[in-house]
Design a protein around this ligand. Structure first.
Ligand SMILES: [Zn+2]
Length: 207
């Protein structure tokens, strides 16, 4: 497993071009199918995560299943406080909510901020099944989160490593730790199966 597919405790992700990231992911995963079933990028499971991390990601996967049940792209997230207590959950609801900002991370962060009565969550950790996009990384940094763990890489809009590497920008006023690859196979399979079913049913055209 390439060390680059995981960033435990080392601050921002290292800069990498999308091609480099893709090559490493292919090497790590040995698969050739992407999240939408066309090309592949998968990051292998990292060995350094704790049982608590795995439990939290399983909860995020359950949230993703909720999204799938509504016909939303299956992405789920949970936010834990410093004691490991769940203070926010969310799943993708852009379609049903008519909301381009309705990503799982945003939904979970809003709930967590309401629970604590503070938009800043400096002790909190967020677990999400898919690599956050630029919008969500922005929200994560505004919330001053301590740590983010994500499952599958997103070669189309991922902003933590795959397409952009926002956490690597040293000028940012807050640095959140980003770690990747936890239960990546399960997280990615959920998305691949979803898009495969959508194509079969003719609701999503090949582009
Ligand atoms: Zn997002």
């Amino acid at each position: 497993m390439a060390a680059d597919s995981n960033h435990p405790g080392n601050g921002p992700c290292k800069p990498a071009s999308p091609k480099q990231a893709s090559a490493r992911s292919r090497e790590a995963a040995g698969s050739n199918e992407t999240l939408d079933g066309k090309t592949e990028v998968l990051q292998g499971a990292a060995p350094s995560f704790s049982q608590e991390d795995a439990d939290a990601m399983r909860l995020a996967l359950k949230q993703a299943e909720e999204a799938k049940a509504l016909g939303e792209v299956p992405v789920g997230a949970v936010v834990l406080d410093e004691t490991g207590k769940i203070i926010g959950t969310g799943f993708n609801r852009t379609i049903t909510g008519h909301d381009p900002t309705g990503h799982a991370e945003i939904v979970a962060l809003r709930q967590a901020a309401q629970a604590l009565g503070n938009y800043r969550l400096p002790q909190a950790s967020l677990y999400v099944t898919l690599e956050p996009c630029a919008m969500c990384v922005g929200a994560i940094l505004h919330a001053r989160l301590d740590r983010v763990v994500y499952g599958a890489a997103d070669p189309k809009t991922g902003a933590c490593h795959s397409v952009l590497n926002v956490p690597a920008i040293a000028q940012l006023n807050h640095q959140t730790r980003f770690e990747s690859g936890l239960l990546a196979q399960e997280c990615g399979d959920l998305l691949r199966d979803f898009f495969r079913d959508r194509r079969k049913s003719g609701r999503l055209r090949e582009s």
